[in-house]
Design a protein around this ligand. Sequence first.
Ligand code: TYM
Length: 321
Amino acid sequence: MTRLSGVTPSGHAHLGNYLGAIRRWAREGGPGDLYFVSDLHGMTISYNPSRLRKLARESLAVLLAAGIDQERVFVQSDLVREVGALTWLLECTCSYGEAARMTQFKQKAEGQGMVRLGLLTYPVLMAADILLQNATEVPVGQDQTQHVELARSLARRFNSTYGEVFTVPRAVMAPTAARLMDLSDPTRKMSKSTQDNAGVVFVLDDPDLVRRKITRAVTDTEDRLEYRPSSQPGLANLLEILAACVGRSPAEVADDFSGYGELKTAVADAVIEELRPLRTRALELIDDQHTLDKIREAGAERARERGAHTLTAALRMAGVG
Ligand code: TYM
């Protein structure tokens, strides 16, 4: 089995990225797995190049600090030739309608002055990341499952049109925290690119700030402390966070509390403890440029080598290269 997944350095990694994805990559990762920083994906909306580079380093440090083996990480742009080439093959396998249907494209395109073509084709680049490495499982949060479905369709279509080359991957989701919501607006997904950061806990936030953000989380007017995501989304989100930290179900943890104050203190304590070792290690790594560079270089070489055969075979079958 090969698991593969990535995080885009379009902002600082947040608690949703960590509990919904990165923590699982570290815990469940096997020797054949690959996890990467998808910096090319950070170019699909307006961005600052030096900030992107800095955030890519930070994200690599976060993956390592979370406990992912250094032999399993890489940075996507180090494979730009390989994924770029495969993206082209897959763009010529994908219909415009399929790409334009993607929910995330529609959401992100709204309100953008200039909609970059890369924003439309980004799920195809994601399919290239996955198919290049013959991934069997793609552990992601809920918002990425539609993109993994597209990768499945493209793999199947390419295989049946040109010959069997690609492994057909499947998305796997965390049982809890697969979609954490913004603490100040629990109807909105917790996101790196939200303008107002008050409801987004970043994994490198200092403990006092984490506590402040959680204490100020919007809850609901009802008093009943039960896990009911549709009628009490703010409460449900806090319960999900706590449940993910302590390894229980949200409905179960709800039974331990009789008031919001008490619950928020428990959530803040659990999150701070969960993030403490990650934060310490990540900050050390960010300061250690030499170590990060070496890990990045070795990772790039390994991932490139691993994908070379599939890329050559796919090009040949498609009648080029
Ligand atoms: P990205 O950087 O948006 O998110 C990284 C991972 O975190 C999950 N996630 C969440 N989980 C729970 N609650 C949330 N609020 C939340 N927000 C994000 C995401 O589902 C994801 O698993 N396109 C991808 C990166 C990527 C990729 C790939 C993933 C590039 N190529 C190939 C898998 C396979 C992205 O931007 O994720």
